[in-house]
Write a protein that binds this ligand. Structure first.
Ligand SMILES: Nc1ncnc2c1ncn2[C@@H]1O[C@H](COP(=O)(O)OP(=O)(O)OP(=O)(O)O)[C@@H](O)[C@H]1O
Length: 235
């Protein structure tokens, strides 16, 4: 992202965001409430259009394109929690993620197999209603559904929201394995310690701008961040 200015109904929230994510990195955006973190994800996935600025993914200029076009270019956003259809089976929920390729039956089958390998829960609980899964399992299926289009870039807004430590470890493990398999990840986390622990790179946003960037470790150890978010006193 270069110089991205965006907002809602005339009110600007992003005031010129510059952000770069290396291929196959895991970048975590942290910052106070209202800093514009989720808005960055929404601009990237096309839910809102930037007023100014450039968005380039793998050389393709995607700024202002429709969510569908952006998905076709390999950028998928995992929606915030509670996004599954509870009365439908796990398999049916995952297949929904293949809506854009629904007429390519063979590809759809191959992708479902691939997703079941990447997220074994999808095969293990294929026939169960999504509503019967635990919170952590639902989060895994929400992520699995996004994998049906085999995205190059995965956007996650608060993947830790509402999860107990055990479920968190499962979701963190899944993000790691997807990343190891070549997926570039950009996530927003309120749980700064967890988010930066998962990430290779960190970005601190404040007031609709990027204030700091670095490796996840540099950001986690930055005196201001440690004092503000991690409960460590700056010397
Ligand atoms: N749909 C919307 N319509 C109007 N204003 C919005 C909308 N969504 C967010 N905003 C405003 O945009 C600003 C930034 O919101 P955003 O959700 O990007 O922040 P954030 O950094 O993700 O914060 P949080 O951690 O609280 O989610 C806030 O002032 C918020 O009120």
């Amino acid at each position: 992202m270069k110089g991205v200015v965006a907002g809602y109904g005339g009110g600007r929230v992003l005031h010129g965001v510059d952000l770069e994510c290396a291929r196959q990195s895991v970048t975590c955006i942290v910052g106070p409430n209202g800093a514009g973190k989720s808005t960055v994800l929404r601009v990237l996935s096309g839910l809102i259009s930037p007023e100014f600025g450039e968005i380039t993914v793998n050389g393709a200029r995607l700024g202002g394109r429709s969510p569908q076009e952006i998905l076709r270019h390999g950028v998928a956003q995992v929606p915030q929690s509670q996004a599954l259809f509870p009365a439908m089976s796990v398999r049916e929920n995952v297949l929904m993620g293949g809506y854009l390729i629904r007429r390519k039956r063979k590809l759809l089958r191959e992708r479902l197999e691939q997703v079941s390998e990447r997220v074994p829960l999808v095969a293990e609980r294929a026939e169960d209603r999504a509503g019967n899964l635990s919170g952590g399992q639902r989060r895994m299926v929400e992520i699995a559904r996004c994998l049906m289009l085999d995205p190059a870039v995965l956007l996650l807004d608060e993947p830790s929201l509402g999860l107990d430590p055990r479920s968190l470890a499962g979701v963190a493990g899944l993000i790691h394995s997807l990343n190891a398999g070549g997926v570039t990840v950009l996530l927003v986390e309120q749980n700064v310690r967890l988010g930066l622990g998962l990430a290779t790179h960190g970005v601190v946003m404040e007031g609709g701008r990027v204030r700091l960037t670095g490796t996840a470790q540099e950001i986690a150890e930055h005196p201001e961040i440690a004092a503000l978010y991690l409960g460590v006193r700056a010397e």
